[in-house]
Design a protein around this ligand. Sequence first.
Ligand code: CMC
Length: 448
Amino acid sequence: MTKSVSLTLDGNSVELPVVVGSELEKGLDISQLRSATGCITLDPGYGNTGSCQSAITYIDGDAGILRYRGIPIEQFEQSPNFIEVCWLLIFGSLPTEAEYADFSERLTRHAMLDESMKHHFQGFPTQAPPMAILSAMINTLSCFHPDMIEMDSDDKFITAAARLISKIRTIAAFAYRSSIGRPYNYPNPDLLYVTNFMHMMFSLPHAPYETDEIVRLAFNLVLILHADHEQNCSTSTVRLVGSSGANLFASCAAGVCALWGPLHGGANVAVLDMLEQIHQGDLSVEEYMRLAKDKNSGIRLMGFGHRVYKNFDPRAQMLQKVAEQLLTHLKINDPLLEIGKRLEDIALNDPYFVERKLYPNVDFYSGIILRALGIPTNMFTVVFAMGRMPGWIAHWREQQQEGSRIGRPRQIYTGPTLNDYVPRDKRGWKSVSDEDILRPASRQNFEF
Ligand code: CMC
């Protein structure tokens, strides 16, 4: 295999080593490129840029393969346990019985929020987007656990990881309860991870939420399928923020913001809105597909396409199966599932989607499942964030352990060349003082 590539630019040469991963993917190490040639690489959207070497998750987007620490995602289908997967991703191997017991105990111990954090929820307007609350409250954890800002021992890191994985659930549920004006349900130490979340979301004082094993396992699988996806937008954000030395809570809060966007985790909400719009009769399936192919419409087929997968996203295939099984089990006849299947059938046979290799992604069917579980649409991306938390933590830790440099991309400047500041009076301004210009307006116009 080629060991390096030579590049010559304006008479300057550099040898670029070829880096080979454990699955034989190849990358050119360009770290000496600029110092040797004065040239940088330009790759908007980073489609060809590797930002790190990582041992956590492997994706082969052409073959539709996704593995966590080498384990194919399909193998988690039989007895899905989200907490085992959290440990696997963060620490590199499946937990021993003792590790699992210890981590579970820490999750239970740290499920509560400091009581004064409760008041923060009441400070948000009832219509506040739950992702904004989630990000703010995860960042707020740094205020309540300042001892966690310096991560100077493994034990401290395990506790911080347990805190985040456990508290994100409590924060999510409290944000929801606050938005609907219902009393908070405190975490119940007798309940398992998912059941406890459902209890905090849905229990009423006189009617504790009850669920069954099939629902619990389906929810576990949903979280597992979202748990990591290597250098996606939110994980890269966590790494970039973490590379500055920012603490784990701050880095993960930034990850939540990145996930919020409709091209990333927010797509699960956009898919439901799309299906609902078709169901309400605003647009037919055919009309929607026509618009999705029209670049001027501003509409895309949400839940379709992926930067890495140019084949079926294995998560989408598994989620479609879970959606069908769950709806049958719960005796729900959801017309949105049928609309989703019709859209998928049409897209998979339409040259526009076939030529561009656009297939359903993880967000296409997850919303149908969450809706069947009673999760309100505006909480879908929050559930995605709960699932993605172990991935963010694993990448933050991997980066810290490797002691990487601060993330700081370069650019090709395209603005004006050397220019001069022109004083206000030479630009035709009548008043030159800020006080004259701003005072009359700001006296009258206050907005809150
Ligand atoms: N509907 C219609 N056309 C599409 C779609 C779509 N969903 N996705 C991509 N295309 C077209 C795009 O217009 C472009 O066409 P052309 O080559 O003629 O200009 C071509 O396919 C390539 O698209 P791209 O935007 O260059 O691809 P990307 O890798 O930059 O974007 C994506 C990937 C996921 C943002 C995009 O496919 C998309 O917007 N999908 C819909 C939103 C969505 O479902 N997002 C969830 C992603 S998976 C979970 C996650 O990461 O959170």
